[in-house]
Design a protein around this ligand. Structure first.
Ligand code: SAH
Ligand code: SF4
Ligand code: F3S
Length: 483
């Protein structure tokens, strides 16, 4: 059996993200009968972050949000195309929304995100699933498209842009815990990993204006947030220049400036491509206590031959050298990964190399998938998807099993250590416990025991016990300095 908890939540809906707060931006500022929108998000954090931009655009044009789709005049679904299953989940949801529309004919259904970009008009013309189709670079045109759809026209905009970063739009934080937030620093991807649909659905890579990123970090801090995750498909290739080319900023430069917002604002980032993460980034991480000591460094496969077919542009040895360098410069750094089983032509020997590389890296955590061929990708055009499904699944089970073992080993090594933990809220299992994370991004729970701590505060916690996924501790002291 697969341990589903270990498999990426990318294909699942995150309930907390469904709940928008109701605001109305009208002339009077009074709560009247504003049109209501409901938004549901799937896929990676970039999508969740985009939904917050969409919410901001809709509020500006007089919509208020509702956590219940049956109350909505506009139902939006922000979608993912990364694997076939992700798209199937969305189709199932759309059929449910269409049922609702029968009871409420004026309701509009719109599809956003990667599936909208991939399938375009087809979703309206052939499949008749939705009223609006909006790709990831076209969200500013949403208010106009809603009007078009209301007047019965075909409302589609899937143009990709080389400039759009939504830099000036302040996201409306949907749901969330008020402590941790995502800040998008770039869009698109210029890599061409042969299995991946993202370059086709998200377009060319572009970096967001550093000043607007820094302002967003500062605003979040002033609003009580204590952790920011800088988001991009490949953050290490962040590269921004101001209009006069006076200021040039690479990712290490941006990271340093973000860290300087305040020592008690933690900074994380995701995702790093092994070929692009530099010593400069590692040195900045080492220099600032508030930059979290955790790197998500997806390997995908441990076999050089498969890595070449995947067009990842590094070898097994090169990846190992990168792990060694991280451990040398930041010994306490947590490392996590993404792994794909059963890519085209993968043999049992290739698979064994993936397992041995996982052991070598000693990942704290991994997101694990079996290969799902995506139409239009390099792999779909060049290679046969020739590993049988039961073999892909068996290999995935072995990968998941090994990762569970590695996570337990890593967690056991933390017993007896003390960590600074940023409190995010109550533990899911018991209100008598706080839940937070340490710098390495491990979940830590500890009893409240009458302490006057609050979410957003730091505590020094001594680890007494663990499971595969959680460290269990007791409070040593409140960490007033933070981070
Ligand atoms: N930009 C990020 C990842 C984006 S997609 C990066 O480069 O790391 C997240 C993960 O989904 C990938 O790392 C990969 O492991 C997985 N993935 C992407 N395409 C896939 C496919 N066709 N089948 C199975 N898994 C896939
Ligand atoms: Fe996809 Fe590769 Fe770009 Fe990640 S780096 S989004 S896996 S093409
Ligand atoms: Fe999915 Fe698009 Fe993200 S395909 S993983 S939502 S960039």
């Amino acid at each position: 059996m697969l341990d589903l908890a270990q498999i990426r939540t990318m294909d699942k809906t995150q309930d907390e993200n469904r709940q928008g707060e109701a605001y109305l931006h009208g002339d009077t500022g009074m709560q009247t009968h504003a049109r209501k929108f409901y938004i549901e998000s799937y896929g990676c954090q970039m999508n969740f972050s985009d939904s917050e931009i969409v919410a901001s655009i809709l509020q500006e044009s007089g919509f208020s949000s509702t956590p219940s789709y049956s109350e909505a005049d506009l139902v939006l679904i922000n979608t993912c195309s990364i694997r076939e299953k992700a798209e199937q989940t969305v189709r199932n949801r759309l059929h449910i929304f269409r049922q609702q529309k029968k009871a409420k004919p004026g309701m509009l259904i719109g599809i956003l995100g990667c599936m909208a970009e991939r399938l375009k008009e087809k979703l309206i013309e052939e499949e008749k699933l939705v009223d609006l189709v909006i790709g990831p670079d076209a969200y500013r045109t949403l208010p106009g498209l809603i009007e078009e759809a209301q007047s019965g026209q075909k409302a589609v905009n899937t143009l990709l842009s080389r400039e759009e970063t939504y830099a000036d739009i302040s996201p409306v934080r949907l749901g969330g815990n008020g402590v941790t937030a995502f800040v998008s620093i770039m869009r698109g991807c210029n890599n061409m990993c042969s299995f991946c649909v993202v370059p086709f659905t998200r377009g060319r890579e572009r970096s967001r204006d550093a000043n607007s990123i820094l302002k967003e970090c500062r605003d979040l801090f002033e609003n009580g947030y204590r952790e920011v995750t800088l988001l991009g498909q490949n953050v290490d290739s962040y590269n921004w220049a101001d209009e006069n080319n006076n200021e040039l900023l690479s990712f290490s430069g941006l990271l340093e400036k973000c860290a300087q917002t305040d020592p008690s604002l933690r900074i994380r980032f995701s995702t790093s491509h092994p070929k692009d993460i530099t010593d400069d980034v590692l040195r900045v991480m080492r220099k600032y206590d508030n930059i979290c000591k955790n790197i998500h460094l997806p390997v995908q496969s441990g076999s050089t031959r498969i890595l070449q077919l995947m067009n990842r542009t590094y070898t097994r040895e090169w990846y190992i050298a990168k792990i060694n360098r991280i451990r040398e410069l930041i010994p306490e750094c947590g490392i996590s990964s993404d792994i794909i089983s059963g890519f085209c032509t993968e043999t049992d020997e290739d698979h064994a190399e993936t397992l041995s590389l996982m052991e070598y890296a000693g990942y704290d955590m991994s997101y694990m998938f079996f290969y799902s061929e995506r139409p239009g990708t390099l792999a779909a055009r060049r290679f046969r998807d020739d590993v049988k499904e039961d073999v892909k699944k068996r290999r995935l089970e072995e990968i998941v099993h090994l990762q569970n073992k590695l996570s337990k080993i890593s967690n056991r090594q933390d017993i007896g250590k003390q960590f600074s933990v940023l409190i995010e809220g109550d533990s899911k299992k018991s209100q008598a416990y706080w839940m937070g994370r340490n710098s390495q991004n491990k979940v830590v729970v500890f009893p409240k025991e009458g302490q006057s701590l609050k979410p957003g505060e730091y505590a020094i916690v001594r680890i007494e016990n663990c499971t595969g996924a959680t460290l269990i501790g007791t409070l040593s002291i409140q960490d007033l300095k933070g981070n």
